[in-house]
Design a protein around this ligand. Structure first.
Ligand code: NDP
Ligand code: OXD
Length: 314
């Protein structure tokens, strides 16, 4: 019985060493080297090549090495076995840090003061909105969205959440589905996207959605923070809204194409902050420990945790 590591872009030998230390009785094999396909019971994947997981007759589970699973569902020949993803308090904390940081940057007008400093301008502006007067709307109220919402509330922001199914969360205004979208956007000064990429969410952050954001808020116009997935956003529409002034700024951690091409106008746009898809890095030791524990659970006849629903795509 073996664990197959199927990843692209990462140091696979480092992962082999991690899993070998955590699961000393389980051989760890790597895609691309010779191995007995019948021996593979588990796969740990990050962006495995399309079709490379077919023909594993004893496969019992696939583990995403990240929180997102869109990279798995991109494989049209993905075996029909249970799929589990990363849910890790360390990753969740990092994402909340990112969200709180960038909401505070907009609240405290930091991009403007950075600009003024570069030009040696002392503009002692007295218009300083209180956090309680700024409405943050989080799209995606799962593991990450709920933690970010809690922490934004501690800072004082007026927070609401939007999800696929209705949710009741203490102290938060919640909205769901397409029927809740208009009201949700209409009360949002800073839109935070923490959605997974699925057929339903692809291209969601487009001209129509951006046009629905509140225009009369205390920040003088709406801002966007997307740390979910790049394909949620239509970058041409974001740029057009920035040009039109209906969007005041955007902080993007994820992009339609990654790495962000050097010719992308997002790099140099004065109202855009670019971070290189590292809002919440998965800590390799924590991820390997989580997956090893999941494998031990299965071996002990216990149910898998953090299972993904293939029908929903997340
Ligand atoms: P969860 O699965 O816990 O939460 C997903 C949330 O999105 C749920 O609230 C769900 O609604 C909602 N949702 C899904 N589809 C829709 C839809 N069609 N309409 C409205 N709401 C929808 O995921 P996590 O919070 O753990 O992670 C979210 C995403 O963050 C990941 O999928 C990944 O893409 C991204 N991520 C990015 C990282 C980065 O560094 N930039 C790092 C880690 C993750 P419901 O509550 O009804 O189920
Ligand atoms: C993830 C990510 O999905 O880092 O974990 O994007």
């Amino acid at each position: 019985m073996s664990l197959l590591l199927a990843m692209t872009g990462w140091h696979v030998e480092d992962w082999r060493a991690r899993f070998a230390a955590l699961l000393p009785d389980m051989p760890v094999v790597i895609l691309g080297e010779p191995f007995d396909r019948r021996s593979v019971h588990y796969v740990a994947s990050w962006k495995h090549p399309e079709g490379s997981l077919s023909g594993l007759p004893n496969l019992a589970a696939v583990f995403s090495l990240g929180a997102g699973v869109d990279h798995l569902f991109a494989d049209t020949r993905l075996p029909e076995v249970p799929i589990a993803r990363v849910v890790d308090p360390d990753l969740t904390t990092r994402m909340s840090e990112y969200v709180v940081l960038h909401c505070l940057r907009y609240l405290r007008q930091q991009p403007r003061y950075d600009r003024q400093q570069r030009e040696a301008i002392w503009d002692d502006d007295r218009n300083q909105p209180a956090a309680r007067s700024v409405r943050v709307g989080i799209m995606g109220m799962g593991e990450l969205g709920q933690d970010a919402a809690r922490k934004l509330k501690v800072v004082g922001f007026d927070v609401a959440g939007w999800s696929r199914s209705p949710r009741t969360i203490d102290g938060l205004a919640t909205f769901s589905g397409s029927e809740g979208m208009v009201d949700f956007l209409g009360r949002t000064d800073i839109l935070v996207s923490l959605l997974p990429l699925t057929p339903d969410t692809r291209g969601l952050i487009d001209a129509k959605l951006l046009a629905g954001l509140a225009q009369g808020g205390r920040l003088g116009g709406p801002f966007l923070i997307n740390a979910g997935r790049g394909r949620l956003q239509v970058e041409a529409d974001i740029l057009a809204a920035l040009e039109a002034g209906t969007l005041k700024g955007a902080t993007l951690d994820v992009f339609e194409t990654e790495p962000l091409p050097t010719e992308s106008p997002l790099w140099s746009h004065p109202a855009v902050t670019v971070t290189p898809h590292n809002a919440a890095m998965s800590e390799p030791e924590a991820v390997a420990t989580l997956i090893a524990a999941q494998i031990r659970r299965l071996e002990a006849g216990e149910p898998l945790e953090h299972v993904v629903d293939p029908a929903r795509g997340y």
